[in-house]
Ligand binder design. Structure first.
Ligand code: PGA
Length: 252
């Protein structure tokens, strides 16, 4: 892993205030592991409390609206997130794309809104099982990446992260083979350098997500071109999440 490893916990719609001690323990456990950048995206109402307490952890959100303010009942804008203490936002997660009909164009507008509010964006992409079986995964995912990103991203290597999350691997305990993950990350990297130039495109981190746990993390994070992980289920418990962070710290 040539770039600084980035391990992000996506708590999804889990974690009431009772889980604050979990965030606190993770925060404490990763202090001193400066080699790894560690972050958690809890549900919206927890962002403010978590971000006030966190010393080493970055706190972010799982979605934002594309508009900075306005009559959008139930939505949360990027400036409100930034004001609540979020430093990043996950966008285009497949559970948003599938459950809320989010298109690549909408994800792109949300990325623009996040960047304008000073939030870093983690942009998720990934194919369905049938697309992989048809041999179309790389073509589909690289097209999805390109269509989900704004054309102009100042400081893209700092503000942007891509998360490759095969939909069929999320929460299922299944993962692609290490070779398949490596090949997909190479394909995404090639698209990044084509879009942003060699220097910036090589410095944008590309995470893998989908059934990462403390047992498989070392192998996955050792794959060339995998710069970290987006972790769902295993980020809700201190031991498993910190185990993944330790695995990232130990990758040469
Ligand atoms: P999982 O979820 O780790 O529970 O598979 C990953 C994600 O959806 O980000």
């Amino acid at each position: 892993m040539a770039l600084r490893p980035y391990i992000v916990g996506n708590w999804k719609m889990n974690g009431a205030r009772a889980l604050q001690p979990v965030a606190r323990s993770i925060d404490r456990a990763v202090q001193g592991m400066a080699k790894v950048e560690v972050a958690i995206a809890p549900p919206f109402p927890l962002i403010s409390g978590f971000s006030k307490e966190a010393q080493s952890l970055a706190i972010g959100a799982q979605d934002c609206h594309f508009a900075p303010e306005g009559a959008y009942t139930g939505d949360v804008s990027a400036p409100i997130l930034a004001d609540s203490g979020a430093s990043f936002v996950i966008l285009g997660h497949s559970e948003r794309r599938q459950g809320h009909g989010e298109s690549n164009a909408l994800v792109r507008d949300k990325v623009t809104a996040a960047l304008e509010a000073g939030l870093k964006a983690i942009v998720c992409v990934g194919e369905e099982g049938a697309t992989r079986e048809a041999g179309e995964a790389e073509r589909f995912v690289t097209a999805q990446v390109e269509a989900s990103l704004p054309v102009d991203v100042p400081n893209a290597h700092e503000m942007l992260t891509i998360a490759y999350e095969p939909i069929w691997a999320i929460g299922t305990g299944k993962t692609p083979s290490l070779d398949e993950i490596g090949a997909m990350h190479r394909a995404i990297r090639a698209r990044m350098t084509a879009l942003f130039g060699e220097e910036v495109g090589s410095a944008i981190r590309i995470l893998y997500g989908g059934s990462v746990n403390a047992q498989n993390a070392a192998d996955i994070l050792a794959i060339e071109g995998v710069d970290g992980a987006l972790v769902g289920g295993a980020s809700l418990a201190v031991e498993s999440f910190v185990g993944i962070v330790i695995a990232a710290a130990e990758v040469e």
